[in-house]
Design a protein around this ligand. Structure first.
Ligand code: NDP
Length: 475
């Protein structure tokens, strides 16, 4: 009997994805470069469904029903190319190759184009939700051709997370669109985590609260509009006591945040697209600063504020912080969706932003009720220029903004860094300003470089003779 689908790469993600497929009725051929993982999978989880253990990629391919469907779940980068190069000569026209690893979307575009020439469908697919998600239902973001998606759709729907009867999978767009959207998902995840971390830091340093008390506060937040997986796990981490020292876990962990690179890719791409994802950028840079002990040691003696502001109403401050977090979150997500919109336009993907919000409601790391609100905003107006222009989000920002300003002011006066919260507020004030000092910058550019400017009152391109009589003429 032939297998329905193959999976190569059986580390945590591939193994759990293979189990998820088998549990949902697929006969799954499995393969790993080092055989031990394959045998281990079949030995430990073979009872969960039908597995076909194979010892080589050739054996994997030969075990499959046609058109063959092979999921690659190996380390992103050169390892993925190595596996594709070995597989492709064994495949035929119409076969479907799925890369479910965290590929850079530019690699996916290159691979898709190369394989399309050979008639093999290549489907770069974002998968989010970590190992638990892979097993119980991830959020799945496939790119590639519509024809390839049709081949995969039933099986992807069966293994994806499900919210209110809707599976968290959609055909995002052609070639690298799926991996692009996964990249921005991770960027938003960085921003959201940074905002939550700043909120914790404020409650700790401004109010002097202990981690277990702050855990309680986050549990409270989690019953309201901030309800999300990230807030939930934040409360868990803050409430955790280190067994070795009996101290709060968060106090014994080295405060240097690591990164695997998808946040950096998001910001690099945002610079290419001129898409201002300031919240994601600050989050990536905040991790970078945390990871520079030399810099931090050299700067550790710099003076802080000479006096600390007194907080007269601590519960009022907590309420302000909740509003600042929510408002900043709206901005960070709005920026991320704007980047998807910009990428979609630049790379020709025609991405449905409401559908992206829909598949992020479950399975993935940023899953939250909040995504329902984003979906509703795009349902109401698919051409929305920014989520900030949505009526409900506008109302929420308007209601939050005084609190938001108080929080940034208090943080600044207290010397507590809030790069994520303050950049979100700065973005809000920038985009709503009727006049920006960009006019002055245009003047400076024209002064030193004759770069010219346009006027508010007359059409045309102008230059002022700054070094001479300061007369203006059309350029
Ligand atoms: P790793 O990223 O740690 O990759 C290990 C797997 O890749 C092993 O199966 C390994 O085989 C295989 N591999 C490495 N190099 C090669 C090579 N040159 N040729 C063939 N196989 C190779 O595994 P994960 O399970 O953590 O992740 C798999 C993919 O999923 C990655 O692309 C990752 O970025 C992505 N991902 C991971 C998430 C997570 O939470 N971990 C979440 C979402 C996506 P061997 O056993 O023989 O060494």
């Amino acid at each position: 009997d032939k297998a329905d689908i193959g999976v190569t790469g059986l580390a945590v993600m591939g193994r759990n994805l293979a189990r998820n497929l088998a549990r949902n009725g697929q006969r799954v051929a499995v393969h790993n470069r080092h055989r031990e993982r394959t045998d281990d999978l079949v030995e430990r989880f073979g009872g969960e469904g039908e597995f076909v253990a194979t010892g080589s990629l050739r054996e994997l391919v030969e075990s499959l029903e046609r058109p063959r469907r092979v999921v690659i779940m190996v380390k992103a980068g050169p390892a993925t190319d190595a596996v594709i190069d070995e597989l492709v000569p064994m495949l035929d026209t119409g076969d479907v190759l799925v890369d479910a690893g965290n590929a850079n979307f530019t690699d996916t575009r290159r691979r898709e184009a190369a394989l399309a020439e050979r008639g093999v469908h290549f489907v770069g697919t974002g998968v989010s939700g970590g190992e638990e998600g892979a097993l119980h239902g991830p959020s799945i973001m496939p790119g590639g051709s519509a024809a390839a998606y049709r081949e995969l759709e039933p099986v992807l729907r069966s293994i994806a997370a499900n919210v209110d009867g809707t599976p968290c999978v959609t055909h995002v767009g052609a070639d690298g669109a799926g991996h692009f959207v996964k990249m921005v998902h991770n960027g938003i995840e960085y921003a959201d985590m940074q905002l939550i971390a700043e909120t914790y830091d404020l409650l700790r340093k401004v109010l002097g609260r202990e981690p277990d008390e702050i855990a309680e506060t986050f549990r409270g937040f989690n019953t309201g509009r901030l309800n999300s997986y990230l807030i939930e796990i934040t409360a868990e981490v803050l409430g955790h006591v280190d067994a070795r020292t009996s101290r709060p876990f968060v106090d014994v962990v080295l405060d240097q945040a690591e990164q695997k690179g998808t946040g950096r890719w998001t910001v690099q791409n945002a610079l290419e697209l001129a898409s201002p994802v300031t919240g994601i950028a600050e989050a990536v840079f905040a991790r970078s600063i945390s990871g520079q002990p030399g810099l931090r040691e050299a700067a550790a003696d710099l003076p802080g504020p000479s006096e600390q502001p007194r907080i007269e109403d601590p519960e009022g401050f907590v309420a302000d912080v909740e509003r600042a977090l929510y408002a900043s979150k709206i901005v960070a997500y709005a920026q991320g969706f704007d980047q998807i919109q910009a990428g979609s336009a630049t790379y020709g993907w025609n991405i449905d932003l409401g559908a992206v919000a829909t598949i992020w409601r479950g399975g993935c790391i940023i899953r939250a009720e909040f995504l329902d609100r984003i979906r509703a905003a795009y349902d109401q107006n698919p051409g929305l220029a920014s989520l900030l222009a949505d009526e409900d989000f506008r109302a929420a920002l308007g209601e939050a903004q005084d609190s938001w300003r108080r929080v940034v002011a208090t943080a600044t006066a207290s010397g507590v860094p809030v790069p994520g919260i303050s950049t979100a507020l700065a973005y809000y004030d920038t985009v709503r300003a009727r006049r920006l000092p960009a006019a002055l910058i245009q003047g400076q550019r024209d002064y030193f470089g004759a770069h010219t400017y346009r006027r508010t009152d007359v059409e045309g391109i102008f230059h002022t003779e700054w070094a001479a009589d300061r007369s203006e003429h059309e350029a």
